[in-house]
Design a binder for this molecule. Structure first.
Ligand code: NAI
Length: 354
């Protein structure tokens, strides 16, 4: 069934959803601004060959809302948004991104954007030609975005292990990393350096081989990626991967990784909880790049990767402890806490978050 857009917006508190079309480049895109109570909305541009408009619309709404939660839990003076491009063979990519740059500039700082799946340095360069409100991929930009995410993901894993066992103890741990892209390979690199045993699955055979040549990781066939017994399963590929079919295959104690929207539906977070698996919510643990990018845009400062890691680890630890005290699934607790902080700011900017 199609998305009833106004119903969805009012149910989930969206401020604005814009459909964009450019005759010249054949660009088709949706921009969703979820919430700006805490400040301007931040969210990257995802370019993906969506099956249809409906799938793209669902994705942009889910991703934008998660960005609001990420900002609130990271205590940024920022809100959440997302832009998705429906990728098609007839899209003139460069002209399309320039068109988007003009549209973003007209929003005059209500929306800031940056990288995501399908939007790398080249595409960001096209945006940056037209708007001040996109991440500059060069030396004048925030830099080290993926590294910031990686530091947060590892710190979130450590918060979970510390809570479960009172110790991190990497040399005795096994981690399965799903996806060896920028984030997954970075996580694997840090874990190997810390002495952990790392198993990794990557669909792109060439990429898998090149990471395995550099790092002591054991490659797992992607068809078996959910099966190996491990301490931590780290989803660092696509979203929506934990559902009825995959969840029952997991033999881990913790799920903690960089991917957005890991749970196919919120109830799958409840299922993990029932199975005794500690889930570190995605929008808590993968906020590193947002922290680095938003802080840079809002203050001009480049917060260090280590400081970002510590910051994400602190928030993860806080949410996991709260969930443990209540005996509740961490994803539910994280959503509630994020909404509480957003609501506090709506009532008045003078109120503190906690
Ligand atoms: P990427 O595109 O560099 O890497 C993803 C990798 O996963 C690709 O190499 C792909 O071949 C692989 N893959 C896809 N499905 C797979 C499967 N089922 N099994 C094994 N491998 C599979 O993306 P990147 O930047 O590393 O991001 C990873 C995830 O983290 C994405 O979901 C992204 O939205 C999210 N994320 C990334 C941030 C960043 O700073 N780059 C920030 C926050 C979230």
């Amino acid at each position: 069934m199609g998305v009833h857009i106004l119903d969805a917006m009012s149910r989930e508190g969206f401020e604005e959803v814009v459909a964009l079309h450019d005759r010249r480049s054949n660009l088709r895109a949706f921009l969703a601004i979820h919430d700006t109570s805490r400040g301007p909305a931040f969210g990257g541009v995802r370019r993906w060959a969506y099956y249809d408009e409906d799938q793209a619309l669902r994705d942009v709404l889910r991703l934008a809302r998660a960005m609001t939660y990420k900002s609130a839990l990271a205590e940024l003076d920022a809100g959440g948004a997302k832009l998705v491009i429906l990728d098609r063979p007839d899209l003139d990519v460069e002209a399309g991104y320039r068109f988007l740059g003009d549209a973003i500039e007209r929003m005059a700082g209500r929306f800031y954007t940056g990288p995501d799946v399908g939007t790398g340095a080249h595409e960001l360069g096209c945006l940056a030609e037209r708007t001040r409100f996109a991440t500059d991929p060069g030396p004048n930009g925030p830099g080290e975005l993926a590294e910031s995410t990686v530091a947060g993901v590892v710190a979130g894993m450590e918060a979970a292990l510390q809570l479960l066992d009172g110790a991190i103890d990497w040399p005795r741990r096994t981690v399965v990393v799903q996806g060896l892209g920028e984030v997954g390979a970075g996580v694997a690199r840090r874990l190997v350096a810390a002495g952990a045993k790392v198993l990794a699955a990557e669909l792109d055979a060439e990429r898998a081989a090149s990471v395995a040549a550099e790092l002591a990781v054991e490659l797992v066939d992607p068809s078996r990626e959910y099966d190996p017994p491990c301490d931590v399963f780290a989803p660092c590929a696509l979203g929506g991967i934990l559902h009825d079919l995959t969840l029952t295959r997991l033999h881990c104690r913790v799920v903690a990784g960089g991917a957005n929207n890991v749970l196919a539906r919120p109830l799958h977070g409840d299922r993990l909880h029932e199975r005794g698996i500690l889930y570190v919510p995605d929008f808590v643990i993968n906020a590193g790049a947002l922290i680095r990018g938003a802080t840079f845009h809002l203050t001009g400062e480049r917060e260090s990767v280590d400081s970002i890691g510590r910051r994400v680890g602190r928030v993860a630890s806080e949410i996991l402890k709260l969930a443990a005290e209540e005996g509740a699934p961490p994803a539910r607790v994280a959503v509630r806490e994020a909404e509480r902080r957003i609501e506090a700011r709506r009532r008045g900017p003078h109120l503190v978050d906690r």
